[in-house]
Design a protein around this ligand. Structure first.
Ligand SMILES: *Cc1c(COP(=O)(O)O)cnc(C)c1O
Length: 228
């Protein structure tokens, strides 16, 4: 068995254990294997192990990888998207864009999706910690962003995503994940959007994320190894 196959088994076992501990069904949480800066061969190995869902953070990189890989793969964009890359991003046919972080970007995606007759599923990225360095809506900006989504005919907003600040102890991110869940609950009630997805949790803190209600964990290092 290769490292990637073994690592996938390990990460799936961790998700299963976290679901059991949280009293959740395993089907409620999906694993996004973050293949950024890893070669096509690594993705191929994951695919052969039966894993189809890949996360990437750069549109350019996906455009390089996709043509040589089987079309059964499912792709999620998890990194910041610049407005001038929206057209390319749409051509990658991402099943979900996790990282929509401004109204301008929402409108650009909606416009481009409209031109292509494509319904683009998205998440709104939220900067729950309010730390200046990261991308994302401030929590208090999310209701207005959802109002904009309501007017966008080619967007299907499915939930919220966050990248918490790096803490010494992974358990210390729990309040940020809980905050995202509470924000989702509140926004869902007020906006009428169902918002079923919470994208939170990575290699170091996926257990905490599952405990707090994550439906999409984004795991790179613990599947594909450290990135150089
Ligand atoms: C790289 C990345 C991940 C994966 O992080 P690991 O620590 O390698 O699991 C998850 N989410 C985002 C947004 C990333 O950019």
């Amino acid at each position: 068995m290769t490292d990637i196959v073994k690592n996938l088994e390990g990460v799936n076992a961790r998700i299963q254990e976290a679901c059991t501990a949280a009293g959740r069904a395993r089907e409620e949480v999906e694993l996004v294997a973050v293949s950024k800066r890893k070669p096509k061969e690594a993705i191929q190995e994951a695919l052969e192990a039966g894993h189809l869902l890949m996360g990437e953070n750069r549109v350019q990189e996906v455009m390089q990888k996709q043509p040589d890989l089987p079309s059964v793969l499912r792709w999620h964009l998890i990194g910041h998207l610049q407005s001038n890359k929206v057209k390319h991003a749409l051509h990658c046919r991402f099943e979900l864009i996790h990282s929509v972080d401004s109204v301008k970007l929402l409108q650009a995606i909606d416009r481009q999706a409209g031109e292509e007759g494509w319904m683009q599923s998205i998440l709104l990225q939220v900067n729950v910690a309010g730390d200046g360095a990261k991308f994302g809506f401030k929590p208090e900006e999310v209701p207005a962003a959802l109002d904009v989504c309501n007017l966008c005919r080619n967007l299907d907003v499915q939930g919220l995503m966050t990248l918490p600040p790096l803490t010494q102890d992974p358990h210390d991110v729990a309040p940020y994940f809980a905050q995202l869940r509470e924000l989702r609950d509140q926004c869902s009630e007020e906006s009428g959007f169902e918002l079923p997805h919470l994208s939170m949790g990575m290699s170091r803190d996926l257990e905490v994320a599952v405990q707090e209600g994550s439906t999409l964990v984004r795991v790179g290092t613990d599947i594909f190894g450290a990135r150089i």
